[in-house]
Design a protein around this ligand. Structure first.
Ligand code: AMP
Length: 116
C-alpha cells in the first residue's frame, strides 16, 4: 500500500505550497528549495511513484504534465530564453520524493546537463 507523500499532502491541501497551476489531473507548485529563479514541480494528482511504475493507463496524465510545464514556462516568462525539464527516477536518478514529478527550471543559464 502506498503511503501519501509530501506531494500527496500538498495536492490534498494538508500542507501549504505556492500552487501555480492546477487542473483535474495535475498540480504545480514552487519547489521549497529552488535551484534556479524559477523552480516549479508539476505532479500528477493521482499517485504514480516514479516513471518505472508508470503504465499505459498513465499516458494521458504524462502528456498533461509536459503540456502543463510548457504552459507554466510561458507564464513564468521562460519561453524565449528556454528552460529545463527534469524527471529524477530512483536511487541513481536522485529521486527523493516517491511521487512522480517534473522539475521545471529556468531564469538563468543552467549549465551542463550533469554536474559530473
Ligand atoms: P526529487 O529529488 O526529484 O525527488 O525532488 C524532490 C523535490 O521536492 C526537491 O527539489 C525538494 O526541494 C522538493 N520538496 C520537498 N518538499 C517540498 C515541499 N513541502 N514543498 C515544495 N517542494 C518540496
Amino acid at each position: 500500500m502506498n503511503e501519501k507523500t509530501v506531494f500527496g499532502r500538498i495536492i490534498d491541501g494538508e500542507i501549504p505550497a505556492e500552487i501555480v497551476y492546477r487542473d483535474e489531473s495535475v498540480t504545480a507548485f514552487r519547489d521549497i528549495s529552488p535551484l534556479a529563479p524559477t523552480h516549479v514541480l508539476i505532479v500528477p494528482n493521482r499517485l504514480i511513484p516514479d516513471m518505472t511504475r508508470a503504465t499505459a493507463d498513465d499516458e494521458p496524465v504524462l502528456g498533461r504534465l509536459l503540456l502543463a510545464a510548457a504552459r507554466i514556462a510561458e507564464e513564468e516568462g521562460l519561453a524565449d530564453d528556454g528552460y529545463r525539464l527534469i524527471v529524477n527516477c530512483g536511487r541513481h536518478g536522485g529521486q527523493e520524493v516517491p511521487h512522480l514529478h517534473l522539475h521545471l527550471l529556468g531564469g538563468r543559464p543552467l549549465g551542463p546537463m550533469l554536474a559530473d
